[in-house]
Design a protein around this ligand. Structure first.
Ligand code: 4NP
Length: 153
């Protein structure tokens, strides 16, 4: 059965959609059978497409079309469904730990923990930032997703 990975940020419109797309692309490149999804801690953007700036950077730097993604909120069920739930920043991880039900199978981690040598383990929220901030997020999540795909393979 495919290994499953859920990428999580706050709104599921900026960072985790990019992490989802990057991991799926690296998994495909390696011929890995991975099921990848993303979700947000909050419900403000449920049903929305990724932020236009995330759509733009995925296209420009990753050559990936992420328009078809739709934001959703993390569910308790996800902890039973996914092998790995991977948070973009520590505050997400704290909230995930707080909502983790008994008997959950998911292993929780921070995305950047998977990449050796990174000092700040948070992929910071670019929502109020610039195009350069979105470019930085893409580069970080893409590099981490490549390492992660290697680990999961
Ligand atoms: P994300 O960015 O967590 O990377 O999707 C955010 C998007 C929206 C909000 C916060 C963070 N918001 O507060 O609406």
């Amino acid at each position: 059965m495919a290994v499953s990975v859920l990428m999580v940020c706050l709104g599921n419109i900026c960072r985790s959609p990019l992490a989802e797309a990057a991991l799926r692309q690296h998994a495909e490149a390696r011929g890995l059978d991975l099921f990848v999804d993303s979700a947000g801690m909050g419900d403000w953007h449920v049903g929305e497409r990724p932020d236009p700036r995330s759509q733009d950077v995925a296209k420009r730097l990753g050559n990936i079309d992420i328009r078809q993604q739709r934001a959703r909120q993390v569910l308790v069920h996800d902890f039973h469904q996914f092998d790995h739930i991977i948070a973009m920043e520590r505050s997400n991880l704290r909230e995930l730990r707080a909502m983790m039900p008994d008997g959950a199978k998911a292993e929780l981690s921070l995305l950047l923990e998977h990449m050796p040598g990174v000092e700040d383990l948070n992929v910071l929220d670019p929502y109020y930032g610039t195009t350069a901030d979105f470019d930085h997020v893409w580069r970080l999540v893409d590099a981490a997703a490549e390492v992660l795909a290697g680990k999961l393979g």
